[in-house]
Structure formats: structure tokens, C-alpha cells
Design a protein. Structure first.
Length: 252
């Protein structure tokens, strides 16, 4: 898991190019949940700053942390000068400051589960907000989705990250909400969805796949063949489901 977590630096520029950003609807969701002004925020696993920009543009003083030096270098090209950046894994962050908001964008599943919520609670001020969100992009057409799965299957059966706590996909509350509900530090746990569908070229969809850790971890020759086989089953333009699932909780 650590190897996958630190695999993105090799594709930092592609990550910035092909991963979609986050809509203002997400910020509005977090702001409405907070119910009061958010002045300071800490971002865990900031990547190339896709979510950093969303919160920084709202006037929040964001400290963006990222363990991978290459990803952080790419982030610094794109975020406002007001953003404080720091190379550090979540587990190595000093616990001498707390924030109105702590958030993770498609990054929380890479953190160590042992002591995760004790450490998180130390970073969120009492009454403050924690939120985690992600965009598990997939082809909208079920037939195309199955064709793409079959194309990659000889090399890669599953390309997603399984639920860290094993929560079945049909449960109303998904991870990390399931863990937050069990934590003594957090309350008012909510799960929210922002529906979104995007249209992109097949080349851009393949570009997006090139930033997914399961593909990054393949041997180069196998990765090239998977992308070739996948491209063969796709039309020139595809629709993708880019639904955002967010979990929010309040620090006791």
C-alpha cells in the first residue's frame, strides 16, 4: 500500500493534466456543513493541488501537505502564493497546530489506519470540521465499462482501491464514514453525493487511467499493452461518471 501511495510522483504532470478538478458545489457543501466561517485548513495528501485551489480561492488559509516531492513540485506551479506547502506524510505532521478544517481529496485511504483518528482529532480544533472526498471515475456506459474490464483483465483484474475497512458497496454508509461513526472524537457524521458526468476523448480517458495507481504499478510493457487493448474498445469520445462522494464530521 505504501508503494502505491508513493507511486504518483512518476506521473505528476499527467495527474495534473488528466485528473478533473473539483466544482464549487463541493466547497459550498463543506461551508454549509461547517455553519461558520472557515479561516484555516490543512490538506492531507494534496497531490497536484486539485482541491487546494478550490479552498484557497475561497479565501481560506490552506496548508497543503504531500509526501511525494514530485507531486508537490507540480502543485506549487498551480496554487496561489497564499498556500503554505509542506512535504510530509500525514503520519509525520507535527501536532502543534489545529485548524478549522482538515480535508483529504482522494488521499485518506493511503494513510495508516493505526491511530488515524486520534491524530486527526489533534489537527482539527474542537468544533471544527473534517471531510474526505474522492472522484472514482468510471465509464458511464455499462457495456463499455465491461469491454474495458475485459480488455485489461489478463493484466489487471481490479483497478480500484478496495474499501479500507471492508464495507460492502451496497451499505448506506461507506468508508470513512463507517470509521468516523466509531470514533470517540467526531460526531454528526454525514455522507453526501454530488452528481457529475463528464465527456472526454478516449485519449484523455486513457490519460486518466495512466494516473491510477493500479496501472502505475504495472510493468511498463504490460501497462502499454493494457492501454492499447483498452483504446481499441473505446469510441473516440466517452462519457464518464465523475460522482463526488464526501464524508463530513465535526470534532467534538
Amino acid at each position: 500500500m505504501v508503494a502505491r501511495a508513493l507511486s504518483f510522483g512518476s506521473v505528476a504532470e499527467a495527474y495534473e493534466r488528466f485528473r478533473p478538478g473539483y466544482p464549487v458545489d463541493l466547497f459550498e457543501l463543506v461551508r454549509a456543513y461547517a455553519g461558520e466561517p472557515i479561516r484555516t485548513a490543512l490538506e492531507i495528501g494534496a497531490g497536484t493541488g486539485k482541491a487546494t485551489r478550490l479552498f484557497a480561492r475561497a479565501g481560506i488559509a490552506v496548508t497543503a501537505t504531500e509526501p511525494d516531492a514530485a507531486m508537490l513540485t507540480e502543485l506549487r506551479k498551480h496554487v496561489p502564493a497564499s498556500v503554505t506547502t509542506r512535504q510530509a506524510a500525514f503520519e509525520d505532521l507535527p501536532l502543534d497546530s489545529s485548524y478549522d478544517l482538515v480535508y483529504a481529496a482522494a488521499a485518506l485511504h493511503w494513510t495508516n489506519p493505526e491511530g488515524r483518528w486520534d491524530r486527526m482529532a489533534a489537527l482539527v480544533r474542537p468544533g471544527g470540521v473534517f471531510t474526505s472526498f474522492g472522484v472514482p471515475i468510471q465509464l458511464a456506459d455499462p457495456a463499455l465499462r465491461e469491454a474495458a474490464r475485459a480488455a485489461r483483465a489478463p493484466y489487471l483484474e481490479e483497478d480500484g482501491v478496495p474499501s479500507p475497512d471492508g464495507t460492502p458497496a451496497d451499505r448506506p454508509m461507506q468508508w470513512p464514514g463507517t470509521e468516523l461513526q466509531q470514533s470517540e472524537w467526531f460526531t454528526d457524521v454525514r455522507q453526501a453525493t454530488i452528481e457529475r458526468r463528464l465527456t472526454m476523448s478516449a485519449d484523455d480517458f486513457i490519460g486518466h487511467l495512466s494516473t491510477v495507481s493500479a496501472y502505475v504499478m504495472l510493468a511498463p510493457a504490460d501497462r502499454t499493452e493494457v492501454f492499447r487493448r483498452t483504446a481499441q474498445v473505446l469510441p473516440a469520445t466517452v462519457e464518464v461518471d465523475a460522482e463526488i462522494t464526501a464524508h463530513l464530521a465535526r470534532r467534538r
